[in-house]
Design a protein around this ligand. Structure first.
Ligand code: AMP
Length: 192
């Protein structure tokens, strides 16, 4: 079973992803986490990607697509993947649909967390203190990341939805537990 979790930066994708992985045994594919790790390891990929990420911009598709394919092939024994932060634009969405088709695989569920921009800014301030993520600290960079989501990722959500994949949109302002309850019910109904 493969799931995509979509939402603007700071919508709570990471928090919900942890719960999903814990309960359903899926493997977390977070392109943001992989790119941050590559940067910490000072690999070419990490250094190249951070030139974009530090400005709040999306990293070029050719870099990210390779990361996703490599991760997928390395985790071929998994029960399923939870895509968090991928796809981020229509080209990546098309890539994912095609790539999974080649692998005789599919996406079973799309989870869309919807959160208003004002709330995202509040959360950025809080997370900047808690996790020391540089891209949360500067409100201008947060603004750019939110804009990138609206300009590129929302159209990708629509593209994926048009592929007749079961989708659930959830108000991300609800409590962590009530959001997860909805997610859990939807995943369970995919399993049945
Ligand atoms: P995230 O942790 O998902 O918020 O991602 C942090 C940063 O990594 C983003 O602002 C982008 O610069 C980069 N990034 C993560 N995933 C992608 C992706 N699928 N496509 C392009 N850039 C990405």
């Amino acid at each position: 079973m493969n799931i995509i979790i979509f939402g603007p930066p700071l919508a709570g994708k990471g928090t919900q992803s942890k719960k999903i992985i814990n309960d359903f045994g899926l493997t977390h594919l977070s392109t943001g986490d992989i790119l941050r790790h590559e940067k910490d390891e000072k690999t070419d990929l990490g250094i190249q990607a951070s030139e974009y990420s530090k400005k709040g911009l999306l990293v070029p598709d050719d870099l990210v697509v390779k990361v996703v394919e490599k991760f997928y092939l390395k985790n071929s024994e998994t029960k399923g993947l939870l895509f968090d932060g991928y796809p981020r634009n229509i080209a990546q969405a098309k890539h994912l649909v095609e790539f999974l088709k080649e692998q005789n695989d599919t996406i079973d569920l799309i989870i869309h967390l919807d959160v208003k921009n004002e709330e995202l800014f509040k959360r950025a301030e809080k997370r900047a203190l808690e996790q020391n993520r540089k891209d949360d600290k500067d409100p201008e960079i947060v603004k750019t990341r939110i804009k990138e989501f609206g300009a590129f990722t929302l159209p990708a959500v629509d593209f994926i939805k048009s592929q007749n994949i079961k989708t659930v949109s959830i108000d991300g302002n609800e409590s962590i537990d009530s959001i997860y309850e909805i997610i859990k019910n939807n995943i369970n109904s995919c399993i049945k």
